[in-house]
Design a protein around this ligand. Structure first.
Ligand code: 0XT
Length: 308
């Protein structure tokens, strides 16, 4: 039974990854459901073989009466804002004054959701928390486990934190509000509020029903991995089985950054999720260190915010 349970873990984690991270399932849902049923039956038969990281534990957990507080291993920063081209040029000038002209940027979409931090211990997802005030957040592990694109276990036994934005896709938001209106309930104002409201549910079954998703954008506390740029860090996240946003782009200079901002200002309505801006980062980790951070924001990154 132990061997078969291990096999089912691997199969279900792989199929879940293909479906929810790659959006390229290799087996029909019916096969996934059948294997999950087999795993649950085996775990019922041999309860001592059920583990917290089992695919059967996605929507587990009792209804909580409150969320515990969590202290982040490293502070979760917030981003300074830019509202127009001049602000971006001022940011670029400050960067060039500090590190010279030999550098590149990475531009990423700024997902309009809730910043969360996921902690992995020897490859197992052990704790997830909201950003909170950047130092102390709320433990929403059981709700985050219901987000299918979050791996419950990764292939490498690594211990680290990974940060990203949990969000509700536009389609899920529209469907949820239709249900609420049909029930005469107050609809959510926007997908961000709906995502925040869903992750603050004390009953994980409600969070599980909200079809939330996540894009991860930063590794923390992983020690030396020989990575020397942010974009390589994101490629590393992909290799570890995490979902990162595919629209990121390396930009050689502020002109290319402005083109990227211009292009996504127009293409924003075509996305299946809300974005509230563009995040621009200096790519080299060494130059990020040279630029450092203020009390709460990196000097090597800025968020261009779309007009509300
Ligand atoms: C380096 O710090 C950050 N990076 C980010 N990257 C993206 N794509 N989106 C964010 N919201 C974000 N927020 C912070 C504080």
């Amino acid at each position: 039974a132990e061997k078969r349970i291990q096999e089912l873990h691997e199969l279900l984690n792989q199929y879940n990854y293909e479906y929810h991270v790659l959006d390229k399932p290799s087996v029909p849902d019916s096969e996934y459901d059948q294997l999950l049923r087999e795993l649950i039956d085996l775990e019922d038969q041999y309860p001592e073989l059920q583990t917290a990281d089992s695919p059967s534990q996605r929507v587990g957990g009792a209804i909580l009466d409150a969320f515990e507080k969590v202290e982040h291993r490293s502070q979760m920063l917030s981003l300074g804002n830019a509202f127009n081209e001049q602000d971006l040029r001022d940011f670029d000038r400050r960067v060039r004054q500090a590190v010279g002209d030999d550098f590149s940027y990475v531009c990423e979409l700024k997902i309009d959701g809730l910043a969360v931090s996921l902690r992995y211990d020897k490859g197992v997802f052990v704790q997830g928390a909201t950003r909170g005030d950047g130092t102390i957040g709320e433990d929403i592990t059981s709700n985050l486990k219901t987000i299918r694109s979050i791996p419950l276990k990764i292939k490498e036994p690594l211990s680290f934190e990974v940060r990203g934005e949990a969000f509700m896709p536009k389609r899920s938001f529209e469907a949820l509000n239709k249900v609420k209106e049909d029930k005469g309930e107050e609809p959510f104002a926007n997908p961000r509020n709906a995502a925040a409201g869903s992750l603050r549910q004390l009953d994980p079954k409600i969070a599980a029903s909200r079809n939330l998703d996540i894009y991860l954008y930063a590794l923390a506390d992983i020690g030396d991995t020989g990575i020397d740029s942010h974009s390589e860090g994101l490629d590393q996240l992909d290799k570890l089985g995490f979902k990162t946003n595919p629209e990121r782009k390396r930009c050689a200079d502020v002109e290319e950054v402005l083109e990227y901002v211009e292009s996504w200002t127009e293409r924003r309505p075509d996305l299946s999720y809300d974005i509230d801006g563009i995040v621009i980062k200096v790519d080299s980790l060494e130059q990020q260190k040279e630029l450092g951070t203020t009390a709460k924001s990196p000097r090597w990154a800025i968020a261009f915010k779309f007009p509300a």
